[in-house]
Design a protein around this ligand. Structure first.
Ligand SMILES: [Fe+2]
Ligand SMILES: [Fe+2]
Length: 449
């Protein structure tokens, strides 16, 4: 973003330009008089903002403004002066010509000007930042990155911390995490390339982990975070599908090598992020129930697991407005008067919204969209969005609903025999009807009860 700063006193000009460039992600061009500024503007049409002093020996500030008006250049104009614009002929309409124009009375308060500049740049460019944030934990998985990586120092200032393709030590990343830094940044132009490369590396690691519990679960959670971020920013792509497949195959490998489902589930719950951990829990429980049933084919297991990993995808859009762990108990969440109605509406819409995203992608297996659409239906028909009951819901949806509800109910609790018995009792009283009956038997079997 480019700013032209017009000021006749060299020291003031240099200090102000230096401060602007230090504070904001901008390039400042300087002109020492009104006439020099006009010459510059004639040759440079890509200036986003002009900031000008008024009294100068070779053409005052009004000369610059007159030129902008006559050439129909809609560039915002900031005037620094000790006289009001209404007292100067060429500037009488300054504040009404363009709502982004400003007048600052000398002496200028630098911070106030900076704030105003950010507002203008946002309006003109849509976004001040050329950077995209990436969760810092991603950088712990590798030793080279295919683009430069930056640390954010302030809203406007970024500093390069990892060089493109250079070997880096994960210690540097650890150092930032201990300072509670959650994100590093890459340039917007590098973002797609970064994620494609990153997800390929992750898919490779998932494929070669071969069922080790802790590293397997850790990679699966990273995979899920990445899937959510990629879908959110770039939509469902070939790389997203590969990564989802990588996570579900790795989940199966962990299930095959670790016989205690309780132990696996306990390892997932780190209280780092409810949605990712809940989705992964659901995929383990759904697949464990499926393994106890005779009608389940490999492709059905695949559909169940992909549905598990993606079913709450569109809840991401309210993740910065409400702590999603509150959706663990839906009745309490909906009854909570502190939670805005718009947030509740987004929650009600999320089965439909997520289902639509999946359906429109054409890249995921069939049926995943309607399994997701039905995941908040209830056996007695009191669920949403379509109030289907245990006789209208297909068996695969009943299995999925059971796994999803169970995963919410046990989240962040110690999974021991007492808890399982308590849950089996709960589900037996409410879910022992229609197409829920068989998966309910499966649920008890997979915990060896
Ligand atoms: Fe869910
Ligand atoms: Fe949900």
């Amino acid at each position: 973003m480019k700013i032209l700063y017009v000021e006749d006193e060299q020291i003031i000009r240099e200090v102000f330009s230096l401060q602007l460039e230090a504070k904001l992600d901008v390039k400042v061009f300087e002109a020492e008089s009104g006439n020099k500024a006009v010459e510059f503007l004639k040759k440079n049409s890509d200036i986003d903002l002009v900031v000008s002093d008024y009294n100068m020996p070779d053409g005052d500030g009004d000369v610059v403004y007159k030129y902008l008006k006559e050439s129909y250049k809609k560039i915002p104009f900031f005037l620094f002066s000790s006289v009001a614009p209404s007292d100067v002929n060429g500037l009488k309409t300054l504040l009404t010509d363009n709502s982004l124009n400003c007048h600052f009375i000398k002496p200028i308060e630098f911070e106030v000007v900076i704030k105003k500049i950010i507002e203008v740049l946002r309006e003109v460019k849509g976004d001040v930042s050329d950077y995209c944030k990436i969760k810092i934990m991603h950088f712990l998985k590798f030793n080279t990155i295919n683009c430069d990586v930056y640390l954010k120092l302030s809203e406007e200032k970024f500093v390069k911390v990892i060089l493109k393709d250079a070997l880096y030590s994960t210690e540097i990343v650890h150092k930032y995490t201990t300072k509670s830094i959650e994100y590093l940044y890459v340039l917007r132009d590098d973002y797609k390339n970064f994620y494609e490369n990153f997800s390929r590396g992750l898919a490779f690691s998932l494929e070669h982990e071969k069922g080790a519990l802790e590293t397997g679960v850790d990679l699966q959670l990273t995979g899920l975070v990445t899937v959510y971020e990629m879908v959110h920013n770039l939509g469902i792509s070939k790389e997203v599908v590969e990564l989802v497949n990588g996570v579900y195959k790795s989940t199966l490998a962990v299930l095959n090598t670790n016989k205690s489902l309780s132990k696996i589930l306990q390892n997932i719950m780190k209280n780092y992020n409810f949605i990712y951990e809940h989705s992964l829990l659901t995929s383990y429980v759904a697949s464990a129930i499926a393994a106890t049933m005779d009608w389940i084919t490999e492709s059905t297991v695949q559909k169940l697991m992909i549905s598990s990993l993606l079913h709450d995808l569109s809840l991401e859009k309210i993740s910065d407005k409400v702590d999603l762990i509150k959706t663990k108990n839906i009745d309490e969440f909906l009854a909570d008067n502190q939670i805005d109605q718009k947030i509740k509406k987004t929650f009600f819409d999320h089965p439909q919204d997520t289902s639509t995203i999946i359906k429109n992608s054409y890249m995921l297996p069939p049926d995943v969209d309607w399994i997701i659409l039905q995941h908040h239906e209830m056996p007695d028909g009191s669920g949403f969005p379509h109030k289907l009951d245990s006789h209208n819901l297909p068996p695969i949806s009943c299995l999925f609903i059971l796994a999803e509800t169970f995963s919410r109910r046990v989240y962040n609790r110690v999974i021991d025999k007492k808890l399982i018995a308590e849950q089996v009792d709960y589900f037996s009283k409410r879910y022992n009807t229609g197409n829920f009956k068989k998966p309910l038997i499966g649920l008890t079997k997979c915990f060896n009860i």
